[in-house]
Design a protein around this ligand. Structure first.
Ligand code: AKG
Length: 392
């Protein structure tokens, strides 16, 4: 933590010393690698050497990535076809609705609970990270992103390779997905995604202006080498926050960052923002094992789903206390629906009947203009639907 304060101070001094140290459009400040490394070591940070350093010449994306921990390719202009991005945006919205429905069927509180499944993680209220099925559009977007970023990653690897070392394997995608945040999402905490030799490549599916609702980076923080500690550190003062950078990137542009760099999604005040990403490894040994668990949302046991934490701890007790009543009402409804269907779904199991009951509850909430994800609204809907069914 103390180390990070030192880095923050270096950043602040660096900014004050060379405010014009621009490496690329939308990227306003540079933290020289030497300063970061020195600050990560014990002893006082080399303020004087930072202050006296001349603004660096325009750097290659590989050098920016090395020094800052992130880089915007081709000035943040669209590189991937915008109509392909629009298709993927639509698919990601549909995918989110499907996965929220599955989480609701499993017994999660879709908006208030911090759930993590193999297919979807609710990273913060109204912010989801999800894996995508391999549709034609999705595969085309991921292929294009890898093609565009590979030369930068190769250059970076070549620059840090030992003399005589065998050539590194070609960069390869180890994971991909979409981060989607909706209006009302707060800022995330600064965090790192994982360890070295992994890079995240963001492809925004909507235009993102500089310093707006995009991704904010803590320049140079990838070089600290203390992941756990670094992820706990949050810049506290205004001066430190001014050193953070949130670059402009058009829909279909490419923003690449080191997995270790501290970053966060900024608040979304008024719109939905979807960002596709690929995680690229630059050697054989690295795979991301911790950002999604193995547990699947489909058929997750209700007690496991309900045990996941709520964002607002104060809500947790009342919500958990209410859940047995909600579950019992929907169970009664699902039995009543099964009786009415009288075997129309063949040898469909109880889970199928449960899902149909949940679907009718959500549809009823929609018809009545109530929040379909609220337990209170679902309880009311289940009871109203039951009351409206002819007696058996
Ligand atoms: O929303 C963003 O821009 C960043 C998302 C992110 O870092 C995350 O979900 O972990």
């Amino acid at each position: 933590m103390r180390t990070l304060h030192a880095v923050a101070t270096v950043l602040a001094v660096c900014r004050a010393a060379s405010p014009a140290a621009a490496c690329s459009p939308g990227l306003r400040r540079v933290l020289p690698k030497a300063a970061v490394r020195a600050s990560a070591a014990s002893g006082p940070p080399p303020y004087a050497s930072v202050a006296q350093r001349a603004p660096p010449a325009r750097a290659s994306a590989a050098r920016e990535l090395d020094e800052l921990g992130f880089a915007v390719l081709r000035g943040g202009e669209s590189v991937i076809d915008r109509s392909l991005c629009a298709r993927v945006a639509l698919e990601s919205r549909e995918r989110l609705e499907l996965l929220l429905t599955a989480a609701d069927d499993a017994g999660c509180n879709v908006l208030e609970q911090q759930y993590s499944f193999a297919e979807i993680c609710h990273r913060k209220r109204l912010r989801w990270d999800m894996r995508m099925p391999a549709s034609e559009a999705w595969v085309a977007l991921c292929d294009a992103a890898l093609r565009e970023v590979a030369p930068t990653l190769r250059e970076l690897c070549a620059a840090s390779a030992r003399v005589g070392a065998p050539p590194p394997p070609p960069p390869r995608v180890v994971m991909s997905g979409v981060v989607l945040s909706r209006a009302g999402a707060d800022a995330q905490r600064f965090h790192a995604d994982g360890g070295s030799r992994l890079f995240n490549v963001f492809v925004p599916l909507v235009d993102i202006a500089a310093e707006s609702d995009g991704t904010q980076f803590w320049p140079g923080s990838h070089a600290l080498g203390v992941l756990e500690e670094a992820s706990r550190a949050q810049p506290a003062d205004a001066e430190t926050l001014r050193a953070m950078v949130s670059p402009r990137c058009a829909a279909g542009g490419l923003l690449v960052f080191d997995y270790r760099v501290l970053h966060r999604g900024l608040p979304n005040t008024s719109r939905e923002r979807a960002v596709a990403y690929i995680v690229v490894a630059t050697d054989d040994t690295h795979a991301d094992a911790h950002n999604f668990p193995a547990r699947t949302v489909y058929g997750c046991a209700a007690d496991v789903a309900e045990a996941m934490p709520l964002w607002d701890g104060a809500l947790a007790n009342s919500w958990r206390a209410q859940q047995p009543r909600v579950r019992a009402a929907i169970q009664r409804l699902s039995r009543a629906i099964a009786r009415k269907e009288d075997g129309a779904h063949g040898d469909d199991d109880a889970h199928g009947a449960w899902r149909r009951a949940k679907a009718s509850v959500r549809a009823h909430c929609d018809r009545m203009g109530r929040d379909r994800w609220s337990s209170q609204a679902q309880l009311l809907a289940a009871n109203e639907l039951l009351a409206a069914m002819p007696p058996q």
